[in-house]
Ligand binder design. Structure first.
Ligand code: ACO
Length: 452
């Protein structure tokens, strides 16, 4: 295939040669230099073409399992340059948002609406968050019916859907209707925090602590997590800052597995709540958001002497035929071939946080040693495997007393911001079609049924 040629109207195109046929494929250029081959007309233009004496059945399709080379949409929300370790929300570098201590809710509004809110917009949205922070009392039956130690991610996915049943009007919002969309976004952002805290209380057998309207987003969450009837919990500035940073860093990451899920489910015109519930399920997997739990478990096993760092590093190098390679949780990323910028920020934040709180966490020493050894290891160097966001995030969460089984759920609270933005972008795109990949069938060809 040739590429980079200009067609008669000056637009860039690629030329695909198929036997004696040539097909022009336009190129789409992103604002940061990404170039994509636009194959939208490929099937139609190749239908019936003769290749090796045979007509192409239905037209030519592309094959890209895992979408390693395929863009599913055009988006102006988040930009990642995986080669150079760059992440920007709506053009703002993640390091700058973190350093300037932008608040999580401001970041959420930036992602959803494209600009940081004015003070008036921020106040207005804050009021909505307060107004919607309570769950319908009927939801208590949902929580009471759960078994103890139920998986918090499964609770969250179910509760997000379940809570929306009490507001049928929100399940039918028109994404173009500003007021109802804002109400739905505020309800989700606000309630996901209440549901998360209630899941913890349920798992611990503690009475539910209702939200306090006088508190900001992060303090309110920590209050619902840790206040008990006879002792009110007051979060320190350090804890609030750490949680805020954690949520900002997790707020969006373009078309990852869970976000692509939210957009895919939304592409069938499923409502915001159901689409995000599906995203939560996608996030729970150990290769995605669930990796932060796996990292902590791995560090704990090393601490207990059940595994050694060297043994662990060596174990991932062995690849048994026909079996997937063992993976070191917290390392590697589909997009980053360099240090994940979020991991870099988190690593520094964790150092400062532990010093400020005067915590000596042996898991941090193990993590540092593991990272150092991996950094100098040939296998990891050649495969460009660096720590990702999940490698240090658990140590930060531990320092503010978040239990390990809540880690992925904490990720979800942050990511709800990005999911809302991405769902809306998909819903408002007049060119968006229901997402429906194709397949290359390799099963049996037509055969008759021979019953005795
Ligand atoms: N440890 C050891 N080997 C790894 C790792 C790892 N963490 N990650 C990738 N590799 C290897 C793969 O096995 C593969 O080698 P092989 O083909 O010889 O088996 C090679 O590196 C390339 O990997 P890919 O499969 O192309 O990577 P992919 O883009 O599919 O996967 C993923 C990315 C899922 C993140 C992977 O790196 C991984 O499993 N990491 C561990 C789990 C993790 O930390 N997930 C969190 C990611 S960040 C997030 O979701 C928020």
């Amino acid at each position: 295939m040739d590429h980079g040629e200009s067609s008669h109207n000056g637009a860039l195109k690629a030329i695909l040669t198929l036997g004696h046929h040539t097909i022009e494929l336009p190129l789409i250029c992103g604002s940061e230099g990404e170039v994509a081959l636009d194959i939208r007309r490929l099937r139609a233009e190749t239908k019936g073409l003769q290749l090796n004496g045979k007509g192409i059945q239905g037209g030519l399709i592309t094959f890209d399992p895992g979408y390693k080379n395929t863009a599913s949409c055009q988006s102006d929300i988040t930009f990642i340059d995986g080669e150079h370790g760059i992440l920007r929300y709506r053009g703002y570098d993640i390091a700058e948002l973190a350093a300037k201590k932008v608040r999580f809710i401001e970041t959420a509004l930036l992602l959803i609406y494209g600009e940081l809110p004015t003070p008036a917009e921020r106040e207005n949205f804050r009021e909505l968050l307060t107004q919607y922070e309570m769950l319908h009392e009927g939801m208590m039956n949902f929580f009471y019916s759960l078994p103890p130690n139920a998986d918090p991610m499964a609770i969250l996915a179910a509760a997000v859907q379940c809570s929306s049943l009490y507001n049928p009007e929100l399940r039918a919002i028109d994404p173009a209707d500003e007021d109802s969309f804002r109400a739905a976004a505020a309800k989700l952002l606000s309630r996901v925090r209440t549901i998360a805290a209630f899941s913890y209380r349920k798992a611990m057998g503690l009475p539910f602590e209702y939200p306090d309207p006088s508190l900001d987003y992060c303090s309110n969450f920590l209050h619902m997590m840790f206040s008990i009837p006879y002792r009110r919990f007051y979060a320190t500035e350090t804890m609030i800052r750490a949680l805020n940073l954690f949520l900002i860093l997790h707020a969006d990451h373009e078309q990852n597995c869970s976000t692509a899920t939210v957009r895919m489910v939304g592409s069938s015109r499923a409502n915001l709540f159901d689409s995000i519930s599906a995203g939560i399920s996608a996030l729970s997997g150990p290769l995605h958001g669930g990796a932060n739990v796996q990292v902590l478990r791995m560090l704990e096993r090393i601490e207990r002497g059940e595994e050694t760092i060297d043994g662990l590093i060596n174990s991932v190098k062995i690849k048994e035929p026909g079996k997937p390679r063992r993976r070191l949780p917290g390392f590697g990323h589909r997009i980053y071939r360099n240090y994940d910028p979020r991991a870099k920020i988190l690593k520094e934040a964790v150092d400062n946080l532990l010093e400020e709180l005067q915590i000596n966490d042996p898991l941090l020493d193990i993590a540092r040693e593991l990272e150092e050894k991996v950094r100098h290891d040939d296998f990891f160097q050649k495969a460009n495997l660096y720590p990702n966001i999940d490698f240090y995030s658990g140590i930060l969460l531990r320092a503010i007393n978040i239990p390990v089984n809540m880690f992925t759920l904490m990720f979800a609270i942050g990511r709800v911001a990005g999911w809302i933005a991405q769902w809306r972008e998909e819903a408002l795109n007049p060119e968006a079609a229901i997402q429906r990949p194709r397949q290359v069938y390799i099963g049996k060809t037509c055969r008759g049924l021979c019953l005795p």
